[in-house]
Design a protein around this ligand. Structure first.
Ligand SMILES: Cc1ncc(COP(=O)(O)O)c(C=O)c1O
Length: 397
């Protein structure tokens, strides 16, 4: 059959797919590819939510030995290898004083699997799910795939979530609230008190809290992360992973912790979704957690330096404003309105004129389109300084 005839056929995708769009970043990446072919300068990308710092050597050596044992080549129990769930349980006990049994933990293929398992397990068509804005774009698509309705709740000017805003957004149809602090894209964090007020507001209205704590291990200037389950162990589902904290994005290992009522349906979805997470990656995750915390020192020192350089580079440009303190993750989220451009125009402008990639705020919701997300996960300090010089030359001339 000719391609023309094929195109004339109605879409055979499920109706739910009409609500799902591929990321708007495509246009930017296409432009990046085009420019990289013709430009004499290399492209400096603050676009990726990935880290290029190896903390892995100790982990890899032990993993290589483990792989010689054929038992490490098999499926694992659905919930994950017991040894990993045991070390996770002791970590949550020592770090947050939370008493999870190994039956309350399901190991997944990254946070992303944990998130969609949770949404499938909890959301009925028409249920409303509160998601702060700006936020990580995957939540909205995953919620829509489950038939849920996304209700954006704006963050305040410091990119924190106010309990009052949550309260205002709750209706009789609200099923869950998704929290993500430290936050992608802003790098903002919450104080223990703010977390308390938000969780209590949700719990008082019967709204389940789904807390994506993917960046819990990356905080600065002494900020101590509060796990949302410290506030309400019964009503909070905690999701996290090894991707960011241990620079293990490609290993795809995450997990969910919840009370027995909530973990049971999530565990069932996980069983029919993937059966189990990849065994060698679970072994690597166990080794990571059992290693001395100092294996992360070099990574945190490097990220701290990069954060300083990135803030300096972008704050030196007239019209770019960073009026809050990003104390977590590896992102800053400045407002570029003072340059006379919105976030999308600015992103296109510095790609064309400075060969620098940043992500426009419109990728993270509708309330902060004058902002850009700048990730320092993948550029070393020299490249960040070089980016600063390119911008200075470009904007000051
Ligand atoms: C907020 C947030 N949650 C989850 C993920 C994905 O995590 P994982 O690699 O564990 O699936 C990301 C990745 O960028 C993220 O920013």
């Amino acid at each position: 059959m000719s391609t023309e005839k094929r195109k004339a056929l109605p879409s055979r995708a499920a109706n739910r797919m009409t609500q799902i769009r591929s990321s708007g970043l495509r246009k930017l990446f296409d432009l990046e590819e085009k420019i990289s072919k013709t430009s004499s300068q290399n492209i400096l990308s603050f676009g990726l939510g990935n880290i290029n710092i190896p903390v892995m050597q100790e982990i890899i050596e032990q993993l290589k030995t483990a792989l010689d044992d054929p038992t490490s080549h098999r499926y694992t129990p659905n919930a994950g290898i017991l040894e990993l769930r045991e070390v996770l349980a002791s970590r949550y006990a020592s770090a947050y004083g939370l008493d999870y049994s190994t039956d309350q933990i399901v190991v997944t293929s990254g946070c992303l699997e944990a998130l969609i398992d949770t949404f499938i397990a909890l959301i009925d068509p028409g249920d409303e799910v509160l998601v702060h804005d700006p936020t990580f774009g995957y939540y909205a698509c995953q919620i829509k795939l489950c038939g849920g309705k996304v209700i954006p709740v704006p963050l305040n000017e410091k990119f924190e979530l106010d309990a009052e805003a949550v309260k205002e957004a709750i209706t009789s149809k609200t099923k869950a609230l998704v929290l993500n602090f430290p936050c992608n894209p802003t790098g903002s964090v919450l104080s223990p008190n703010q977390t308390r007020e938000i969780v209590e507001t949700a719990t008082d209205s019967g709204v389940i809290v789904i807390s994506d704590e993917a960046y819990e291990g990356i905080t600065y200037e002494g900020h101590k992360h509060t796990c949302a389950a410290e506030i309400d162990y019964e009503n909070v589902i905690v999701i996290s992973s090894f991707s960011k904290t241990y620079c293990m994005t490609g290993f795809r290992i995450g997990y969910v912790l919840a009370n027995p009522d909530l973990i049971a349906p999530i565990s069932l979805v996980h069983q029919y979704n993937t059966a189990c997470a990849n065994r060698p990656a679970q072994i690597a995750a166990r080794i990571a957690l059992q290693s001395p915390p100092s294996i992360r020192d070099g990574m945190m020192e490097e990220l701290t330096q990069r954060r300083g350089e990135t803030i300096k580079a972008f704050s030196s440009i007239d019209g770019i404003e960073l009026n809050y303190k990003p104390l977590g993750a590896f992102y800053i989220y400045p407002n570029v309105k003072g340059t006379g451009m919105d976030g999308s125009e600015f992103s296109e402008f510095i790609l064309k004129n400075c060969q620098i990639v940043v992500v426009p705020g419109m990728e993270f919701g509708t309330t902060t389109t004058n902002h850009i997300r700048v990730s320092y996960g993948f550029l070393n300090q020299t490249d960040i300084q070089e980016a600063g010089n390119r911008m200075l030359n470009c904007f000051n001339s």
